[in-house]
Design a protein around this ligand. Structure first.
Ligand SMILES: C[S@@+](CC[C@H](N)C(=O)[O-])C[C@H]1O[C@@H](n2cnc3c(N)ncnc32)[C@H](O)[C@@H]1O
Length: 246
């Protein structure tokens, strides 16, 4: 299957989803406004800044075009963003380098609107992006005070490969910020690798509980605009887990 996250259609949708204005993302007054700023909220609403000291390092897995990675840089001194899509990482790198990136998003059919994604300079200095596979991460990646993975689990061919790696990626006492709408689709994840035979949230707890303690849980709506008259509205489960000391 061709990777949909390499298409120009999804590049425009994700740049808008991460950096677009409220008016462009949801132009209808009666539309749901609680789904705006999702890649910012998966950090700001889940991170515990009170337990982050100086010199903290964060990892953003499945970072797409990078908005959450930049947001993590407001809390940590160094952040690495990793995504499987080369075109998403090219866009994130361009933003880190230049601070802005012109893009187009669909109005309808072949009609597009121009916009510019912008990132403040204090966030740009602390980030680096690279292409990588969350199911097969470089063994020399190291370990982190914060690991963030938003809407990634149900896009992986085998989420268990990431779960096995997580205890060594998050430092003891560190934070794991996980957000997922559990949108299982066989085009991304073979059915045998979906979380649990029924309730994914229960299975998530069972898998993580030997190494992590659940500290925070909240419902996190998000809106992805396909064109000016078509939107995806979903509700992710947002959680913060604390890595146990041993
Ligand atoms: C649903 S999007 C979520 C992106 C972003 N975290 C957000 O919340 O907007 C899933 C992302 O995971 C990336 N992805 C899919 N498979 C991956 C893998 N094996 N390793 C790393 N990233 C992957 C995709 O390229 C895409 O950027």
């Amino acid at each position: 299957m061709k990777n949909p996250y390499e298409s120009s259609q999804l590049l425009g949708e994700y740049l808008l989803f991460h950096y677009g204005s409220k008016e462009d993302l949801m132009p209808w007054i009666s539309g749901p406004s609680n789904g705006i700023d999702f890649p910012l909220r998966t950090v700001s609403e889940l991170i515990d800044p009170t337990t982050l000291g100086m010199g903290t390092h964060a990892l953003d897995l499945g970072c797409a075009v990078g908005r959450s990675t930049f947001e993590l840089a407001s809390h940590c001194s160094k952040v690495k963003g990793i995504d499987y899509s080369a075109s998403f990482i090219d866009a994130a790198n361009a933003l880190a380098e230049k601070g802005e990136l012109p893009y187009q998003f669909r109005e309808e059919g072949d009609l597009f609107k121009e916009a510019v994604a912008v990132v403040p300079s204090n966030q740009r200095r602390k980030v680096e992006f690279e292409v990588g596979d969350a199911c097969s991460l470089n063994p020399a990646l190291g370990y982190f005070d914060v690991v963030h993975a938003a809407n990634l689990l149900c896009r992986l061919p085998d989420p268990n490969l990431l779960f096995k790696r997580l205890p060594e990626l998050v430092k003891p006492g560190g934070q794991l910020l996980l957000t997922t709408p559990f949108t299982w689709l066989e085009e991304f994840t073979p059915r045998k690798n979906w979380l649990g035979s029924g309730d994914s949230e229960e299975e998530l707890g069972r898998i993580l509980s030997p190494d992590f303690e659940l500290e925070e849980k909240r419902e996190m709506p998000f809106v992805i605009r396909e064109h000016r008259r078509k939107f995806q509205y979903s509700v992710s489960l947002g959680t913060r887990w604390r890595r146990l000391q041993s």
